[in-house]
Design a protein around this ligand. Sequence first.
Ligand code: B4P
Length: 192
Amino acid sequence: MNIILLGPPGAGKGTQAGRLVAERNMMQLSTGDMLRAAKDSGTEMGKIVAGVMERGELVTDEIVIGLIREKLEEGGDHGGFIFDGFPRTLAQADALGDLLAETGQTLDHVVELQVNDDILVERIVGRAAEAVAAGGTARADDNAESLKIRLMEYYKKTSPLLGYYYAKGDLTSIDGLGTMDAVASDLAKVLG
Ligand code: B4P
């Protein structure tokens, strides 16, 4: 089973994906994590994406699609892919459709986690404060200024994907405002 988790920054995509990995042996493909790893390892690509991510903008489709292509071609023994934070643009959605078709796979569910902006801001600011309180550093883009851009990018470039997948009959929207357990339970009902 291959699924997409859609939603604005802080909606809980990464949180729910992590649970599905533990419970269903699925493979999480988080483009955010992949890009942060590239940034931390100091590769040429990492240097290019660092500033873009810190500002809260989207990295180019070409880079992100390339990362996903590599992972899909690797295959592996798991219970399916969870696309977490990908696709984020219509071009990425088209590319994913092509890549799945090329590798003989299907897209089984697209689940939107619905959370209003006030709560998103609260969660992201909370995550930054927790990281600092634990003696670490907050994610470079977990600050009010970058978050404003991240939300604008979401509404402008990513939210059109809701209509795109709805028109294909693939989209289910669930309430992302409950506790992590409540959201996980609603997600499990959709996935079956
Ligand atoms: P991501 O890493 O995808 O970051 P995100 O959208 O903020 O994460 P998510 O929604 O997964 O939130 P989480 O579960 O962590 O992207 C970062 C950047 O990478 C982007 O801005 C962009 O620059 C770049 N990028 C990534 N993918 C790209 C692509 N495809 N194309 C172009 N650029 C791309 O949850 C957040 C917080 O909420 C956590 O603290 C969590 O504990 C808390 N939380 C979660 N669920 C909760 C619940 N039910 N109740 C209370 N708190 C909850």
